[in-house]
Ligand binder design. Structure first.
Ligand code: AMP
Ligand code: ZN
Length: 458
């Protein structure tokens, strides 16, 4: 069986996974900044990371998965300029930054559970790991990699010979980038230098004492300190979205390796962006599609969004549209409606095993989930879909059971009345009957193929 191989952003090549301490795989994913609801673009990245985690487990690895919660220090630009996103949002919502963080952290885990994303083993909050961050900055200081200005303690990128190796940046390019997007910070020595510890921010509510003065940590040091705390100074896999390559992960590498003197991460994986443009939800009250809840409000199944994301490879951009989500809804329904009785592939043991291997090989080649989904759709075998559900996470057994469940007579009567109303294009009546079903605890999903009415899962 070919081993699991993954594209390493550092080497720009697909490499066999060789964990330092098999069967354990140590995996770190940059987690949410909890100042708002996750948007569906963020959620695409967490779905990709979940598919990775589940693929590792399917291949027999023992995954130790850490994902941080950023609840302080992520500025309104990925560099240090602007204000702390948490504090800006807290003011807007008239909450304390602590209350805000807990609220959006809970909302995040609610969304991820609706998407059947498994919870990482450890989800450390930045505000609960400040001593580890201070200790790491002290190590950097002892190694001569820092300097202090009125704004904060800075990492001196000129002290790091291979600064920018992940993004293959030249410092001159960094300088141009910095000029274009960041309000220049006059106190730092080089445009690529970044803040480890912010100082002299009297209006910042969250602050901690340190040998340099009262302040708060920078976003990059948070991930270095928390990943090393739970996974060791060198670990196997580190993930995030592609936007993290030039600044956040570049700076994580620089500070971690300058502190420890050895490699930080063996393999870097980055998920491409979901492009959203100005898609509007037309089926509900209106407003932009942005959050998972906006899709649910428009009548979509969260797992249809998960299935939609599985149509594109994680290293390709994906355009979001409601038409594509409709197609994913229909596709998912087709999978749920596959009948185990007419599963001809399941009757020939050898053919089934061969098909299974073909699908697994596709997945194991840099998470070729779209290829695997194409193969599975081609085979149309319920038992084969079910075999891979531990990776794909479409809840086949649960949903199968639900669609087979007969509705109680009252719900069935309303459903039939609604079907008649829809056939007569009496949308007002059909919407009213839909609301009745929802009030009775059902969810109602419509498509060109008809409706699905089932007990609400959440
Ligand atoms: P944040 O909460 O802003 O730190 O972002 C959480 C994750 O979402 C990070 O891994 C980002 O790289 C990723 N991300 C941000 N925007 C998008 C997008 N449009 N599509 C996919 N991933 C994204
Ligand atoms: Zn991070």
């Amino acid at each position: 069986m070919p081993p699991l191989s993954l594209f390493n952003t550092m080497t720009r090549a697909i490499e066999p996974l060789t964990p330092a301490d098999p069967p354990q795989v140590r995996l770190y994913c940059c987690g949410p900044t909890v100042y708002n609801y996750a948007h569906i673009g963020n959620l695409r990245t967490y779905i990709f990371e979940d598919l990775l985690r589940r693929t590792l487990k399917f291949n027999g690895f023992d995954v130790h998965h850490v994902m941080n919660i950023t609840d302080v220090g992520h500025m309104t630009t990925d560099a240090d300029a602007g204000d702390d996103k948490m504090e800006v949002a807290a003011q807007r919502e008239h909450k304390s930054p602590w209350e805000l963080a807990r609220f959006y952290e809970e909302a995040f885990f609610h969304d991820t559970s609706l998407l059947n994303i498994e919870r990482p083993d450890v989800t450390p909050r930045a505000t609960e790991h400040v001593p580890e961050m201070i200790a790491l900055i002290e190590r950097l200081e002892a190694n001569g990699c820092t300097y202090v200005t009125s704004e904060g303690v800075y990492f001196d990128t000129s002290r790091d010979e291979d600064y920018g190796k992940l993004a293959r940046l030249q410092l001159s390019e960094q300088r141009q980038g910095a000029r274009a997007e960041v309000v220049e910070d006059v106190t730092k020595r080089h445009p690529s230098d970044f803040v480890l510890w912010f100082l002299n921010k009297p209006t910042h509510i969250m602050h901690w004492p340190s040998k340099w003065g009262e302040g708060y940590p920078g976003w990059h040091i948070e991930c270095s300190a928390m990943s090393m705390r739970y996974l060791g100074e060198t670990f196997d896999l580190h993930c995030g979205g592609v936007d993290h390559i030039p600044v956040h992960h570049t700076n994580e590498i620089a500070q971690s390796e300058s502190a420890t003197g050895h490699p930080f991460v063996n393999c870097w994986l980055h998920g491409e962006f979901l492009l959203m443009d100005s898609e509007k939800v037309s089926k509900s009250k209106g407003g932009s599609v942005n959050t998972l809840q906006s899709l649910i409000d428009a009548g979509y199944d969260p797992l249809a969004y998960r299935y939609f994301c599985m149509q594109a490879h994680y290293r390709s951009r994906l355009n979001f549209s409601l038409d594509a989500l409709d197609a994913a809804t229909t596709g998912l329904r087709r999978i749920y409606s596959l009948s185990p009785e007419s599963d001809t592939l399941a009757r020939g043991r050898e053919d089934w095993m061969e098909a299974r291997q073909e699908v697994l090989d596709a997945i194991n080649l840099d998470l070729g989930i779209p290829t695997a989904v194409g193969l599975l759709n081609g085979y149309g075998s319920f038992s084969l879909w079910r075999e891979f559900d531990p990776i794909l996470g479409l809840k086949l057994d649960e949903r199968k059971h639900q669609s087979a469940e007969t509705l109680p007579p009252e719900a069935q009567r309303i459903r039939e009345q609604r079907a008649a109303a829809r056939a007569a294009k009496d949308w007002k009546l059909s919407d009213g009957l839909r609301d009745e079903l929802i009030a009775m605890g059902y969810e109602v999903l419509d498509s060109a193929d008809g409706d699905i009415v089932r007990r609400k899962l959440i």
